[in-house]
Design a protein around this ligand. Structure first.
Ligand SMILES: *Cc1c(COP(=O)(O)O)cnc(C)c1O
Length: 465
């Protein structure tokens, strides 16, 4: 049953600076209060009044999934890093000393996994396009500068580096004229994925400046406009009661009227995010405006590493008219050690969840890794001539020819990422690690697909692309 508080809220953020003013704060265990101080220095922390009042069950701390999802946890830093910051703070160290330690720890946390800063950036007139990524032929990602924040931050966020105010780690565009110019020259691009951060923290009139020019015949090759967002879960008021909620829905209607498809790539991590009246209302209103909603999230320990959570999420989504889309593997960045789920276990949970839901919810694909060469899905575990193997394939690939070709990796119950896997049967390399042609749409000389270094089994294996 949806909770109906009937309350029209205005947004209020809680961060390390004002978290003590959140009423349940006083009751938090001391180690959580300390973790907010310590971990909150290194990794971004922000939650909000809706998340705190409607999604978190304060009688279930620290295990509540949405508490784990938005509040810093002691295990998110290694014991060494945690003690280092805790000691500096306890000793009243100078701000410069704390900042220096924080910066060192951050750079060790792999802030841009899968080569996000160097790879996939297209060029226009010999210039790299800031805030634009094109990894797959059909789809361009755009990171508008004003959308580099969220209504709350996920503790496991793989884009955490976007939020810490370090320009060296940020990846965003402050203007969209370059993007438009680029899109004009690229007839193969059918999809624009506006992402962040969260682009729906931007006011509608700003989004409109980006989207409206695209609705002209000049961009007839652009068929699908996607918004990647967590607002449907963290601030559904964005689509219901915010001052420009209706204006956003009108913009979606205009996209549809132009003959295009508009889809919300909705980041829902847990079924509780679809349990409130306002969350249901947001879905209803988006659907009435002609938006499709596709549901996706990574599987993360402490938050949603149970088959029941996924089965419930997907069936709720289908009941409301949203489409289960992807289950991802958490990326190799930030506090991965705390949140990671081994591939074998993720596959087991995915299969169990899938077996519990109607066929309408089995549109979901996963568990999938957004790795350097592409989106790799674990299709199963088999035994061939006495060797246990993962069966894998590409859902998306830097070279379209790689898609949907099954390949085998030696089974490893502890592997958590593609780079932990080795080819089965003693093969030296996976098929996509062979030398291959660069994709024609990649203009960047920085995009080296396969270099001539030998492919050695081991941690340092080079993935093509
Ligand atoms: C996931 C992803 C896309 C979109 O892939 P779809 O399978 O079309 O949803 C596009 N670009 C990048 C870099 C991605 O990781």
């Amino acid at each position: 049953m949806a909770k109906n508080t009937g309350k029209k809220r205005s947004y209020k953020a809680y961060t390390r600076e004002n978290i003590t003013s959140l009423p349940p704060y006083a009751q938090l265990p001391q180690e959580i209060k300390e973790a907010i101080e310590v971990v909150g220095r290194v990794l971004p922390f922000r939650t909000n009044n809706y998340v705190a009042e409607e999604l978190i069950d304060w009688t279930n701390i620290p295990d509540d999934p949405i508490f784990q999802l938005t509040f810093p946890q002691p295990g998110m830093l290694s014991p060494g890093d945690y003690q280092r910051i805790a000691r500096l703070l306890k000793n009243g160290a100078a701000k410069e000393a704390v900042d220096k330690a924080v910066a060192e720890i951050r750079y060790r946390l792999n802030p841009h996994p899968a080569g996000q800063l160097e790879l996939n950036v297209p060029e226009l007139d010999g210039q790299r396009l800031k805030g634009v990524q094109r990894k797959y032929r059909e789809t361009v990602l755009f990171f508008p500068r004003a959308g580099q924040t969220c209504h709350a931050y996920c503790t496991y966020c793989f884009r955490w580096a976007q939020f810490i105010g370090d320009d060296n780690l940020q990846f965003a565009a402050s203007r969209c004229d370059q993007l438009l110019k680029f899109l004009r020259t690229q007839p193969d691009i059918t999809d624009l994925l506006i992402t962040g951060g969260d682009p729906l923290v931007m006011r509608t009139k700003v989004i409109r400046r980006l989207v409206e020019p695209l609705l002209t015949p000049e961009f007839s090759h652009l068929q699908n406009i996607r918004f990647g967002t967590k607002a449907v879960a963290y601030w559904p008021q964005r689509f219901v009661s915010d001052p420009d909620a209706d204006d956003f829905l009108r913009l979606c209607e205009e996209i549809v009227k132009s003959g295009r498809h508009v889809t919300i790539m909705a980041h829902y991590s847990h079924p509780v995010e679809l349990s409130t009246a306002v969350a249901e209302e947001a879905v209803r209103r988006l659907r009435n405006a002609g938006c499709e909603i596709r549901v996706q999230a990574p599987i993360v320990r402490h938050v949603n590493d149970r088959a029941d959570s996924w089965a419930m999420l997907w069936s709720r989504a289908v009941r409301l008219g949203a489409i289960p889309y992807y289950m991802f593997i958490e990326r190799d960045t930030g506090p991965k050690g705390y949140f990671e789920v081994p591939l074998a276990r993720a596959y087991h949970i995915f299969r169990e969840a899938l077996s519990k839901v109607s066929g309408l919810a089995r549109t979901v694909r996963g568990p999938s890794m957004s790795a350097t060469p592409g989106k790799v899905v674990i299709d199963g575990v088999v035994e061939i001539k006495g060797e246990r193997c993962f069966v894998l394939s590409f859902l998306q690939a830097r070279l379209p020819d790689w898609v949907k070709r099954p390949f085998l990796a030696k089974y490893d119950p502890h592997a958590t990422w593609l780079t932990d896997l080795r080819p089965a049967f003693g093969e030296k390399a996976f098929f996509f690690q062979q030398k291959s042609e660069a994709a024609s749409w990649c203009h960047s000389r920085h995009d080296v697909y396969a270099d001539s270094r030998p492919l050695l089994p081991g941690k340092d294996i080079e993935y093509a692309g």
